[in-house]
Design a binder for this molecule. Structure first.
Ligand code: TYM
Length: 332
């Protein structure tokens, strides 16, 4: 079976609806057809300088959300990035294959470093996409399910795979991005022309998976819609309404065209009420399952320990082949 790998940063107490629809639901679906490996990328989260106790807590919470959403440890490997030392080791080798200009062209780096200024920008933020490439190539990954915002990073991973193979002989497959068009970019409710994101925008624009249902309903009711009254999917002219239709359709399984018919002549208010219901209905069992996992931290840690062991076995093999191919002297 082809191998799938993906990860998320533990940079918030709760994942948001963009993470869930753009990535997590795809991960769960791909378990049926792929050999799946899913990771909480805590090393990447160090780029935002989190409080140590908070990072530990969020790492567990992120893993609990994967499990609650349906990542099944009986079928998938689920682990924490820092538990497998090979990620950082392969990242060094790949860093030596990455051009400085190539890394400097990454738009996420450009955006974030522009906000933080030269002194506030770390080398870790700069090499972030190289570590991401290491995550992917270490498992000889074929398919990487992510949202649209990771497309450029995926392109870099592909370039590095090709470069390593052409310089040192065939070592890893060239990974394909798995980006599902309809849900690849979920937008901020308060500013429907920017993506829903933990780091920018106001908190009112985000739906956190673990939010109180009342808060979720309120945020959807206050979502920015557009001038006019017609419920129609038109991302250019009606970004707010289109985003709500996307969210409804993804969670309810109802095609957008059918929703347009259903809300014909009924205005935005009705749409918002129903979207709020659909979201709360989908997220309530998830929130309860997360609470269940967080109430048994030992069980959660056991799952992660077993996952790390299985991941390490694969990672060791790839890293050994790479070290050998690039000419590092075996430790004997
Ligand atoms: P992160 O933690 O920012 O986001 C996790 C996943 O959620 C997707 N996503 C969205 N999808 C749709 N609409 C949105 N508004 C939205 N916001 C976020 C992201 O595309 C991502 O799939 N660099 C990665 C983490 C990473 C990784 C990897 C991913 C590290 N190593 C290896 C895949 C493979 C990141 O920052 O994701």
């Amino acid at each position: 079976r082809p191998r799938v790998f993906s990860g998320m940063q533990p940079t918030a107490d709760s994942l948001h609806l963009g993470n869930y629809l753009g990535a997590l639901t795809q991960w769960v679906a791909l378990q049926d057809t792929h050999d799946a490996i899913y990771c909480v990328v805590d090393l990447h989260a160090l780029t935002v300088a989190p409080d140590p106790a908070v990072l530990r807590e969020r790492t567990r919470r992120t893993a609990a959300q994967y499990l609650a959403a349906g990542v099944d440890p009986a079928r998938s490997v689920l682990f924490v990035q820092s538990h497998v030392a090979e990620h950082a080791e392969l990242a060094w080798v790949l860093g030596c294959l990455t051009g400085y200009g190539e890394a400097a062209r990454m738009t996420q780096f450009k955006d974030k470093s522009a906000k933080q200024g030269a002194e506030g920008t770390t080398v870790g933020l700069f090499t972030y996409p190289v570590l991401m490439a290491a995550d992917i190539l270490l498992y000889r990954t074929n398919v990487v399910p992510v949202g649209e915002d990771q497309r450029q990073h995926l392109e870099l991973s592909r370039d590095l795979a090709q470069r390593m193979n052409s310089r040192y002989g065939p070592l890893v497959p060239v990974p394909e991005a798995h980006i599902v068009r309809e849900v690849a970019k979920i937008y901020d409710l308060a500013d429907p022309t920017s993506k829903m994101s933990k780091s920018n925008g106001s908190v009112n624009g985000i739906i956190e998976l673990l939010d109180d249902p009342k808060v979720i309903a309120k945020r959807i009711r206050s979502a920015v819609t557009d001038t006019g009254t017609e419920v129609r999917f038109d991302p250019e002219a009606k970004p707010g309404v289109s985003n709500l239709l996307t969210i409804h359709s993804a969670l309810s399984g109802t095609p957008v065209a059918e929703l347009e018919d259903r809300f014909a002549g009924r205005g935005y208010g009705h749409l918002k009420v129903e979207v709020a219901d659909v979201v709360v209905e989908a997220l309530t069992p998830l929130r309860e399952a997360v609470e269940g996992w967080l109430a048994q931290p030992e069980k959660l840690d056991d799952v992660l320990a077993e996952g790390a062991e299985r991941a390490r076995a694969i990672a060791r093999g790839t890293l050994g082949d790479v070290y050998d191919a690039v000419g590092l002297l075996p430790a004997g």
